[in-house]
Design a protein around this ligand. Structure first.
Ligand SMILES: N[C@@H](CCC(=O)N[C@@H](CS)C(=O)NCC(=O)O)C(=O)O
Length: 368
């Protein structure tokens, strides 16, 4: 680790990583100074497991030496530490929708983002070459072997190995095209998802967009041709600061955001419920058809059970008045039923309760 300027927190990850990009967008928007360093394998994996219980990207080291993981919980922690100019809207209904959209961006769009990066030779060539040099520089192996290892690991872990059989490719790409056209409609009428300044929802969507859809050769080409306003938004988020942001948020939940909620209620929430059923049954893999796409032998995720429980907990902490307003929106968009369908969530005792300073589960388990 670099010794320079220890008063600035350090973000360690990769310059092409989904969640590292999400965290960088957050720090920039909030005006929190940070220093980026590339994570080095395999040494840092061991260190991360010792200090955080698991190894994933990014990790943050605070100036006092403490280590942190998980962008969702890190952002919530930094919001408490830096309460001025919050990233979450004051309106509790908008706040809930922001958390929901962030979760969708983190947990659902990850798979299509990995698909576009690793399925197509153009994406795999770019990403394997970049990662082999950036994070595997310390491994004494020829470059071609590192690249082959990366391609195999990512495909086995996150694309073919996480439910994307040949029959799912068209459906997944159609899902992405639908998202692009929905966002394009939103960014035709306002600069950010909820109005004139960025919110947590924009930060969440910076995950799939900043370091994947707007970087990898195939989705970037699609964005240029079908959703140029969305491409502009990616850079607008990166280049915006709440400190100098002027303008208001919209009031309520606009129709175009409700369209996004309908979208996630068709695919993501039924998938989360299928995951809950699989975890309960002790399965490590499950097959499910949601929103017309069949995911074959997808990995079960204990972490995503916790994601669902976090959303439910958030609803329970709202005032009765806010709950009534929110439930109206969630019912009319089809979110309500799948949000609550399984009463008993199969959570481990105290699961992930020590985040962001200790993690119990990675999103999906993939061997290092
Ligand atoms: N929920 C975590 C997810 C972090 C994550 O999965 N990051 C990816 C890279 S972008 C990773 O490190 N995956 C672990 C692996 O591939 O072993 C967060 O929000 O930080």
């Amino acid at each position: 680790m670099s010794e320079s300027n220890p008063s600035v927190l350090e973000l360690r990850g990769s310059s092409i990583s989904y969640f590292t990009g999400k965290m960088e967008n957050y720090f920039r928007i909030k005006g929190i100074p940070y220093r980026f360093e590339s994570m080095r394998f395999p040494g840092e994996v061991k260190r991360n497991k010792q200090v955080l219980g698991l190894s994933q990207m990014p990790v943050v080291q605070l100036p006092d030496g403490r280590w942190m993981t998980d962008t969702t919980k890190m952002i919530q922690w930094f919001e408490c530490e830096y309460p001025e100019r919050p990233i979450v809207p004051d309106d509790p209904v908008q706040a809930f929708v922001c958390y929901l959209l962030e979760d969708w961006a983190d947990e659902w769009w990850w798979r299509p983002a990995m698909h576009y990066r690793w399925y197509y030779p153009e994406g795999a060539r770019f990403a394997s070459g970049h990662l082999a040099q950036e994070v595997m520089g310390g491994l004494l192996l020829p470059l071609f072997m590192k690249r082959a290892m990366l391609r195999r690991r990512q495909r086995n872990g996150y694309t073919r190995g996480d439910g994307i059989g040949p029959d799912a490719v068209l459906g997944i790409e159609t899902d992405v095209a639908n998202l692009f056209s929905q966002l394009e409609r939103i960014f035709s009428v306002r600069p950010f998802l909820f109005g004139d300044r960025p919110t947590l929802a924009d930060v969440g969507f910076a995950g799939p967009f900043f370091r994947h859809f707007a970087l990898d050769p195939i989705p970037l080409q699609i964005l240029r041709h079908t959703a140029p306003k969305t491409l502009e938004w990616v850079i607008r988020v990166w280049n915006s600061r709440l400190e100098s942001a002027v303008g208001d948020l919209v009031s309520g939940i606009p129709d175009d955001i409700q369209e996004l909620l309908k979208h996630l209620s068709r695919g993501y929430l039924p998938y989360l419920n299928a995951n809950v059923t699989a975890v309960k049954a002790g399965k490590t893999r499950f097959t499910t058809t949601v929103d017309g796409v069949t995911y074959t032998k997808a990995r079960t995720s204990q972490y995503r059970v916790w994601c669902l429980s976090q959303l439910r907990d958030r609803y329970h902490t709202m005032s009765c008045e806010a709950q009534t307003a929110l439930s109206g929106v969630l019912r009319s968009t089809g979110v309500w039923d799948p949000l609550w369908s399984d009463v008993d969530l199969p959570m481990n005792d105290g699961q992930d309760s020590r985040l962001p300073f200790w993690g119990d589960h990675k999103m999906t388990m993939v061997n290092e």
